[in-house]
Design a protein around this ligand. Structure first.
Ligand code: MRU
Length: 357
């Protein structure tokens, strides 16, 4: 099995270079895009060159370093203001995945701590690079832990259905929803995956199918519309998906189409598991109705990959995410263990254990 993909690269010290595996070009080409400015990173996040909740958070943390290039000369007040301004700009790139704000908040808090303790500007920049590396390392370690915990739900011979891409390409490690599959496979189990193609941008077809095939995992691609048929046919044993934001009551926001899969899983009595790090929970939000849902351009639906497939001028509904009510979730897999039949009390309990509240 090939090792995890290098989704985000930082080369060098505090004046180093950020490059991203250009996910818009997969699976045809494996190329890296160099990010020279904060605006370039905002554009890369918007066009989904880097995507997936944890990966966006890690990329944004390094993005703060991109914006601070040459800031050694700044006085502490100017540096503090610059960090806040860069974080504010990056925070506007995409609205739904809470890991973006988690990563940026940690960078801002680290800068404040260092400067309040009297650190020089160069020392603060070193500390910020250390924070970005730590966020990336923690994400990778958390993915491994999610793999271990989630693999307890698997046994050899099972087939799981997944939606979108919640694998290595969506994190700085081996993924969230796909981590249990990687873990179980490494421990000798045979696990097969059905990957929804995930309209309109085909993260399932372009990314999940690519990374699983590359890892020699038995993967079958299906259209989103075929998910009901697959779930009713008896071929699927469980659904594993990731999340972009989870509210305090356990409502789960993930890629558009996840809610339909959850309903279909429930109707066919198939367990529906969400795999997510605690950094994907938003303790500020009481329930899923408060989660901001990104609306994407109409062209993604009418001419996503070339020729127009809809009439000129047609009105389009293109939300990037939907919310699956907690009542449809069999369990949430976190690095702190399983949250079965999630609700307010159980989510608060795991968040407390993980120090998030
Ligand atoms: O629009 P995307 O590709 O960023 O959406 C990604 C998803 O919905 C993933 O399922 C989610 O971020 C979990 S990634 C570990």
């Amino acid at each position: 099995m090939l090792g995890p993909v290098d989704t985000i690269r930082w080369e060098g010290g505090r004046d180093g270079r950020l490059s991203l595996l250009e996910q818009t070009r997969l699976p045809a080409e494996t190329i890296y895009t160099k990010i020279g400015t904060v605006d370039e990173l905002v554009a890369a996040i918007r066009r989904l060159a880097v995507r997936g909740a944890p990966a966006i958070g890690v990329a944004a943390a390094y993005g703060v370093m991109v914006g601070l290039r040459g800031a050694e000369e700044c006085d502490p007040e100017t540096l503090r203001a610059r960090v806040r301004e860069i974080a504010g700009t990056l925070a506007k790139s995409r609205p739904t995945a809470v890991n973006l704000f988690y990563g940026l908040d940690r960078m801002v808090a680290r800068a404040e701590r260092e400067l309040a303790a009297g650190a020089s500007s160069p020392a603060t920049l070193d500390a910020l690079l250390d924070e970005a590396h730590t966020i990336a390392r923690e994400d990778a370690a958390t993915c491994d832990r999610l793999g271990e915990v989630g693999a307890e739900l698997l046994s050899s011979g099972m087939t799981v259905l997944t939606h979108c891409n919640a694998g290595a390409l969506a994190t700085a490690g081996r993924g969230t929803a796909l981590a249990p599959v990687y873990h179980a496979t490494e421990h000798g189990m045979k696990i097969a995956v059905y990957a929804d193609e995930t309209r309109p941008l085909l993260q399932g077809a372009r990314l999940t199918a690519w990374e699983l095939a590359r890892a020699d995992i038995d993967v079958t691609l299906l259209t989103d519309s075929a998910a009901g048929s697959a779930l009713a046919s008896g071929v699927i044993d469980a659904v594993f998906v990731g999340a972009d934001r989870i509210a305090r009551n356990g409502d789960v926001c993930n890629k558009i189409g996840t809610y339909s899969v959850a309903i279909l899983a429930r109707a066919n009595e198939i367990p529906f598991y969400v795999v997510a790090p605690l950094s994907t929970f938003d303790p500020e939000l009481r329930d899923g109705s408060e989660i901001p849902i990104e609306q994407r351009p109409a062209e993604e639906v009418t001419e996503g990959f070339g020729p127009r497939t809809a009439p000129d001028g047609i009105r389009v509904y293109n939300p990037a995410f939907d919310v699956t009510p907690a009542a449809l979730v069999t369990a949430i897999v976190t690095e702190q263990g399983l949250v079965r039949e999630p609700n307010l009390t159980r989510v608060e309990e795991v968040l407390r254990r993980g120090g998030r509240i």
